[in-house]
Design a protein around this ligand. Sequence first.
Ligand SMILES: N[C@@H](CCC[C@H](N)C(=O)O)C(=O)O
Length: 333
Amino acid sequence: MVLMELDLIKVHGSENSFFILDETILERPLTEAEIMKVTTTLTNRETGLLNGADGILLITKSSQPEAVAKMRVINSDGSEASMCGNGLRTVARYLAEKEQLDYFHVETMHANLLVQKTTEIGNDVATYQVEISPVSFQTSTLPLIGKGETLINQPFKELDSKLLFSAVAVPNPHLISFVDHETMESPLLEEIARFVNGENPYFIDGVNVSFVEVLGKDQIFVKTYERGVGFTNACGTAMSASSLMYVLLKEGSFDQKIQVFNPGGMVQTIVHQDNEDNYWMELIGNATYLQKITLSLSDAQKGDFSNSQLMILNENDAYQEFIKEAQNVLKKN
Ligand SMILES: N[C@@H](CCC[C@H](N)C(=O)O)C(=O)O
């Protein structure tokens, strides 16, 4: 029997890390069971490939005439998410280079999103700009049960007695609270996130939970505990949703660049509102390749990486340099 080979690229967007797996170049599509097994095995932080990752970004054929391909997002626990902002930047780069395009649509679970190559955010840092939409404040879209039609900057006493929370789908579900520095550093985010991602009566499908600290005019810091993963260095949809809340609730403005710092670096966002009162965001940041890996499907499922072929790419030094400079700018302000 001929073994089916998988070509993977380990990538990161703000150190939110993934394996890109292009199913369109395989001999046959993977079964759902294979996708689940490969994801949980490769991404495991202790036993996975190259210290694991936060998920798999699966590229499949699109059924939509305007889209170049479809991106599926599989969290490290094997659950499927509707969107991934940091991941979409890296998929945009992969498809841009494969198809020789600079500006195109990628199909995601709920929308075809516009992506484009853009001016480098730092020296030699491949940078992509992606659309984050559709946005909904209807609690039924997250879903969030028992808290009315919307929850925007309101108390949620079952989670905390003092904080105010906003629930927004972009379209994956986010729960956001603006906090002070001391609260940001406390164990509260993890406690709340574990509760709403375990058996609970409110978020029956779980939710990504973020604390946001305002650092200055158009500068925020966002830390996220992701549904299906746990703490990640950054979550692109969370940073976009947090930017929207910053514009709606704090001193941010529409159509203005916001710098969003996160434990893995920094991105830029722009929040827009159209004539029909719909919101959408642009997320701008790195799309960094770390390694290219070839291994058989059966080894990927077994977690045997001894026969895998590895090519290390030298892009991360430029990214680390960019982070150093971004943090210096922050210190000076
Ligand atoms: N890290 C991603 C979001 C990935 C999906 C999320 N864990 C979910 O289940 O909704 C991002 O950059 O947006």
